[in-house]
Every structure is written in structure tokens, then in C-alpha cells.
Design a binder for this molecule. Sequence first.
Ligand code: SAH
Ligand code: SF4
Ligand code: F3S
Length: 459
Amino acid sequence: MDIFITQEEINKQKKTAAKVRERFAKLGAVPKVFIQTYGCQQNEADSERLCGLALLCGYGRTDNAKDADLIIVNTCAIREHAELRTLSITGGYKKLKEQKPEMLIMLCGCMAQEEHIRKKLYSSYPYVDAVFGTDMNHRLPDIIWDSLHSEKRLSFVSDLLHNEFGVIAEETPVERLSKYKAWVSVMYGCDNYCTYCVVPYVRGRERSRNSDEIFREVQKLIREGYKDITLLGQNVNSYNGDYSFPGLMKRISSFDGDFRLRFMTSHPKDASRELIDVMASSDKIARHFHLPVQSGSNEVLRRMNRRYTREKYLETAFYIRERLPDAALTTDIICGFPGETEEQFEDTVSLVREVGFDMIYTFLYSSRPGTAAAEMDNQIPHGEKTKRFNRLSEIENEIAQKINESYIGNTIRVLSDGENGRSSQNKIVNFDKPYPDGEFVNVKITAAHPYALDGEVLI
Ligand code: SAH
Ligand code: SF4
Ligand code: F3S
């Protein structure tokens, strides 16, 4: 199956967008689109492309659902909590639709790929006009046109669950939220099938963009003055174009311009020395490595299907520390994976102490329908998961506080967001006075907290 959407198809969408635009112009209407995004950077990147297409259809952007003529909820399915919240917020749009019946409400993203969610939407959310899946985004103009001309509720979802590939659509317009930070997807989907994770089912198989397209996009961003560019993929190390992922990073870091290059996310089973060496070779590559460990117990890692051991993880982490001594190392951890014993959880605690992470994103295990772990015995009670979560958070707070204190007195380069900014390590730095956003500025660090630094802006 051809995963690349043809230029013809993209042109067809652009034609439909022109038709939608004309329709609104004839009515003398200036419609507005509101896009609500949940989940990871992949979804944020997708929303920026959805917004680009909506603008091509003649919509203006609004940040207020009340002013919208089109609401698009771009959803995340990673944990049940995220889904419940999304459904409850979508429920709140019922009132808006009653006041403005011609308004369109659409739900897309990872939840749209789940059959049980589609059933629920169909039976209990009659005011949702259209649902579309993660490989339908480029068809937004058709979806809008059809929804405007149909009394029926529409569903555009392909069967990623059963091994259809998912697609790559180049050259759709993009409306970026930031003028200086940009996401660049290098690959889509995931083939790793970690047993707890829904992503392979809702995002389809791994597929990589052409490296030339990536270089073109990054060069354009640099020309436009973007200063912080993040290459995105569920497992960037599996990038499989004309370049390897380290090769891609090396090439981009050789581009002229004052920018920082980041990437998200790297899987520990494939995070190579070569990648770490490339990072060390260029000061354009941000000093931040996010390397999700999930657990410190070999038995739990095995049952998670992570395909690395605690020892292998530590080896990579120590190599990062050795080659990139000024880099921040962050991770993801799941508390209460089915069958996780107290002892196995203590293995995670000891790994956390051994590595000394700058930051940990800790999650309570959430059972996802259709995944292998959902069928495992010994699901851990909520109270126990929370206990482990709290214990880990306390320990990490101390570690992060200590690491951050080591910055006090140093002067570091920060990309300003106005009142605060981000260091190369991706640490939040609070300023003593505002500084124009999108500019780099030197800041002298005066105080440390577990999740932020305070500093004096040096002008
Ligand atoms: N591709 C990325 C992860 C994306 S999901 C990677 O492999 O690193 C982000 C994080 O959500 C994961 O690292 C994991 O810690 C967490 N997560 C995923 N599924 C989960 C589940 N069912 N319950 C709790 N946390 C989960
Ligand atoms: Fe999920 Fe694992 Fe793929 Fe990450 S690598 S998206 S955790 S299946
Ligand atoms: Fe969520 Fe989908 Fe990302 S499930 S974490 S939005 S890939």
C-alpha cells in the first residue's frame, strides 16, 4: 500500500477548501474555528496542520469555543483519565450547539480510532457532527464540506487496527501557534507494541517522511526565524529514510542559523552511542535527553515488552552523562503496571536514585482496551498505584532540587517566552523582569526549585 498521499489528492482538498471559502463569502460570513488539543506533541503538530487547512477553508482562528462555528477536538487515548476529561468537555459543547445549531463539532485524533469511543459518541453525543481518524487529517476540507451539506453524522476512520498503514501527507498548509518554536514530524506511528500502550493501535504502523522534505521544512523554519525546532516521532530512532536518525540530526545541526534542535522521543532499546556522539558534536543540539524507562525492574520491563534491561538502560544513561555532562536527562515511569510487586517498584526507586533524573513524568498505569496488559492478571488497586506515585514524586523532588541547585550562580542562555523561558536543558527559568519572547537571553541563576530555576535577566 502506498503510504504517501498523492499531490493530486492534496490538490483536490485545496479545491474543496476553495469551494468552502466561496460558500462562506457568498453568505457574507466570517466563520471561526476553535481547535482544542489534548495529548502529546504529535497531536499539537497535527492541530497546527488542521488549523492551516481550516484557514484555507476561509475560517479565522479563535481561542474561545463560544465564538466558534467549527469546533475540532483533537483527542488523546493514552490513559482513561484523558479520555474521560475529553468526553466531559465535549459534553459541554452541547449547550453551544443548542444556541448555534449551524455550528459544526468534530472529534478527531487518537480516541477517534477506538471503536468503543465511536460507539459511545454515536449513542450519547448526537451533537458531534463528524468523527475522523488520525490518517484523515489532510481531508479536513472534504470533511467540512460534507458536514455542511449533510443532515447525517459522518465518520471518516480507516482501520489502522488491522494493519493498514496510515499515511503521510506532505504540503498541506500549517498554522503554527508559536512564531519561534516549531514541531517537525519525522515519522508517524509505532511498531513497538509495549503491552500497556494504545499508540500502535491508534496511530498505525511506523512510517518515515522523506529526508528531503524534512530538510526543506526545517530550512524554511530557520529562514522564518524559528529558534527551537523539535523533531517528532513516537520512536525517532526508528527513522528510516535516506538518513539514519543520527544522520538526520547531524545534517540539520550543520545548517546555518541561531537555533536549537531537539527530538522526542527516543526508545532506550535503540538510543545509540552514535546519536549521543552526534549530540555531543554540535552545540546547536539541545542538551536534553528524554529517555523513558517506564520501570527499573527487568521482570516488569519484560512484561511491558520494552526489549531492554535495567542494565542496558543504565549503560545508555551513563554514556549520556559521560558524553553530555551538561545535559538534562528526563524520563517517563508507570506506577502499578499489572503484577508489579512492591519489590519490583523498589527496583524503579533504586534506578531513579542511581541515574538522578532532572525530571520524571510519572503516570498511574491505566488499562487500555485492546492492549495485552489489559488482559493481565493482578491489576494493581488504585490506592496502591497512588501510594507508589507519591513515593516516587517525593524522591524525585529531592533529586531534582539538588540538581537544580547546582545551576545557582551560573549564567545560562535562555529562549524567552516573556516572563520566563527555557534553557537548552529544557528547564523553565523564571525571570526577574520580562524579556521579549522568541529571543535568546543570558540569565544568571539565583534560586532553584524542583521544576524551575529563577534568575536575573542580563541585558
Ligand atoms: N513513544 C513514547 C511514549 C508516548 S506515550 C515512548 O515510547 O517513549 C508517553 C508516556 O505515557 C509513556 O512513556 C508512558 O510512560 C505513558 N503511558 C503510555 N501508556 C500508558 C498507560 N496505559 N498507562 C499509564 N501510562 C502510560
Ligand atoms: Fe507506546 Fe511503546 Fe510505541 Fe512508545 S514505543 S508509543 S510506549 S508502544
Ligand atoms: Fe495521546 Fe495519541 Fe499522543 S494517544 S500521547 S495523542 S499519539
